[in-house]
Design a protein around this ligand. Structure first.
Ligand code: SF4
Ligand code: SF4
Length: 166
């Protein structure tokens, strides 16, 4: 539980969890933001109107998954690092996750990286496909990482330490 442990349990996602039918249609943003705090830059960052207007600045965000194309622009706009894009069926074996990274040094495209779950536990090895710089936060990067498909809803952080061990 987020309040108790400081990380989200997957069953706390509720309606933020895309259906398998939506996953079939391609990449989609998952807003892992469940705390009521005065914050809404994610909505301004989405030019497609997929993040619905807030009734109050303290609302948690709501997404229209039919409007979302998984571009990832909202990821680097989120100060809470709480937005991820999951392209579950990237290919037969792998999913693609777009996740925020603020810590230097950034990895490079093609790097192998350690994959970590919401608790910070290492769960596997992935490959960096692309490093995306966005105008929403030029100091951070959106990392596109290929992961084993079974880890699509687990991996939420990466670590470069695997490269340093080589
Ligand atoms: S991934 Fe792109 S389209 Fe989807 S909610 Fe974020 S900014 Fe909007
Ligand atoms: S920007 Fe991030 S922390 Fe702020 S409301 Fe949107 S998802 Fe939540």
């Amino acid at each position: 539980m987020f309040i108790k442990n400081g990380y989200l349990d997957i069953d706390e996602l509720g309606e933020r969890m895309p259906s398998e039918e939506r996953f079939e249609r391609g990449p989609v943003a998952i807003l892992e933001c469940i705390q009521q705090i005065p914050c809404n830059p994610c909505q301004d960052a989405c030019s497609r109107g997929a993040i619905l207007p807030f009734q109050s600045i303290n609302d948690t965000p709501t997404i229209d998954m039919d409007k979302c194309n998984g571009c990832g622009n909202c990821i680097s706009a989120c100060p809470g690092l709480a937005i991820f894009v999951v392209w579950k069926n990237y290919n037969l074996e792998s999913s693609l996750i777009k996740l925020p990274l603020e810590l230097l040094p950034f990895p490079e495209e093609g790097d192998s990286v350690e994959l970590m779950n919401r608790k910070g536990e290492k769960v596997g090895i992935g490959k960096v496909i692309k490093i995306q710089k966005t105008k929403q936060n030029p100091k951070s990067r959106v990392i596109w990482v290929e992961v084993p498909k079974k880890l699509a809803m687990e991996v939420r952080h990466i670590s470069r330490s695997n490269n340093h061990d080589k």
